[in-house]
Design a protein around this ligand. Sequence first.
Ligand code: PGA
Length: 245
Amino acid sequence: MQVVVTKSYDESCAYVAKMFCDLVREKPDCKLGLATGGTPVPMYKKLIEACAKGEVDFSRVHTVNLDEYCGIPETHPQSYRYFMNTNLFDHINIDKANTYVAQGMGDAAANAAALEAKVREGGVADLQLLGIGNNGHIAFNEAGDTLTAEAHIEQLTESTINANARFFDSRDEVPTTAITMGMADILAAKKVVLIANGPAKADAIRGLIADGSITTHNPSTLLKLHPDVVVVIDEELAKAAGWQG
Ligand code: PGA
């Protein structure tokens, strides 16, 4: 695992955006694994800027997203399809037919099976973007006694519901279940980049980078099983997580 410590969150976003742009230039028909949440938003802005300047061409790129809430339609402003359209896809020259976000409405088991198929359709992701939850979750694979390998329906933890309540009018509106890629789906990507920022992530990041231990109680630690993972954090978070370098 490579840990990259930057001067600032903005620099972290620039670093990750460059990784994506370099990949798309090198392999114009690459497959990207994408993520939602507050953390990647400034990184997506940098991709939009690079595309506007003609520095990168997304016209042949395919994408698949990690997860989607159950029970809210694509048109809901907090659905992850809506998030991806408004934070990235509407502003770059990608063909939306080549983008995939799991369905949140309808038969959840069928939606999970459809996501599982998309993870490997046309090959696995060349680069998978991840954020990390305060409890160490990646995608919606929640901390607990067990984890799931394949795409599935996940019951969200109190920690995650509380963390995501900031995006909704009230906590009661936060969906309690989601469709998510499983751990094997994430680990199948050729390369993984995880970006994190802020003191709430310090414990989870400490578990991820401090030593070689792996625990389902911090799902991100399973990334230690992957041969090509880059963790991008700023100095402040590195310090809070006790990173010695
Ligand atoms: P955040 O979420 O970027 O909104 O903090 C990250 C995550 O839960 O994976």
